[in-house]
Design a protein around this ligand. Structure first.
Ligand code: SF4
Length: 247
């Protein structure tokens, strides 16, 4: 019996370790098939082999479909290329893209500053000096780690999903469908979820880094502004029902 949820992987956050649909996701199942190989080759997980394998499969499928339709994939269409480049330029100039890029850069810079390491060392020092109990230290470390994991996971994801949503809308193909069936609304919706979770995580860090308050508020502001632009550009995103997650 087919137990997969069709398209569940298209509008998820790709955080499989935390996903409740691993046993109903075709992508997870396909990737799982490759995992036994890793057990025999320690370098496999970090190599490009899984990626190149799926790209090769996609290329063969594309060539087969093109051949059936009599399309020569080696020929480029200058008009199409021109339009595509113009779309990319418009998307790149969109305030949503600029703001989400700002967020990625600002958050990356802050994470690179080493404040987390300094604070973690302070916690250990506090425990060693008896200023705080072992349980208090552990609780703080766990809360810090949880917020940082969320921030790191969604940091590149937000800008990627905003770009995908904007490109989908620019493309225009989906405009023939009702709002609830337009995939770009689904991309916008998962982008907003990622923004909201990231905002909660950064707000959680405020309690740890009082002296970094203004830097953290600047980062939160870029997320908030990204959300405003996203909602303005995709006012109907909530009509889109993400397979599995919103059903
Ligand atoms: S739906 Fe869940 S299991 Fe499938 S790719 Fe997305 S996060 Fe991973």
């Amino acid at each position: 019996m087919e137990h997969f949820i069709e398209g569940v992987h298209n509008y998820c956050d790709r955080w499989c370790e935390r996903c409740i649909f691993t046993d109903r996701c075709r992508v997870f199942a396909m990737e799982k098939e490759d995992r036994p190989v890793a057990a025999n080759d320690p370098k496999w997980e970090t190599s490009l082999e899984p990626l190149s394998k799926s790209l090769e499969e996609a290329r063969k499928l594309l060539e087969y479909m093109a051949m059936e339709k009599g399309i020569d994939l080696t020929q480029t269409d200058p008009e199409f290329e021109k339009n595509r480049n113009e779309q990319k330029t418009r998307v790149g100039d969109h305030p949503l893209m600029k703001k989400s890029m700002d967020y990625m850069e600002q958050s990356g810079e802050w994470l690179e500053k080493g404040q987390v390491k300094i604070y973690t060392e302070k916690i250990f020092e506090g425990v060693n000096l008896g200023i705080k109990s072992m349980q208090e230290g552990e609780r703080e470390i766990l809360a810090l780690r949880e917020n940082l994991e969320v921030i790191r996971w969604y940091q590149p994801f937000i800008v990627a999903k905003c770009r995908r949503a904007l490109m989908g809308k620019e493309d225009g193909y989906e405009n023939q469908f009702p709002e609830e069936e337009r995939g770009y609304n689904g991309s916008a919706k998962i982008a907003r979820i990622a923004i909201e979770r990231s905002m909660r995580a950064w707000a959680g860090l405020l309690g740890f880094f009082e002296e970094e308050e203004s830097a953290l508020f600047r980062i939160l502001a870029s997320l908030q502004q990204s959300q405003v632009y996203l909602e303005k550009e995709f006012p109907h995103m909530d009509l889109f029902i993400r397979p599995g997650f919103d059903e």
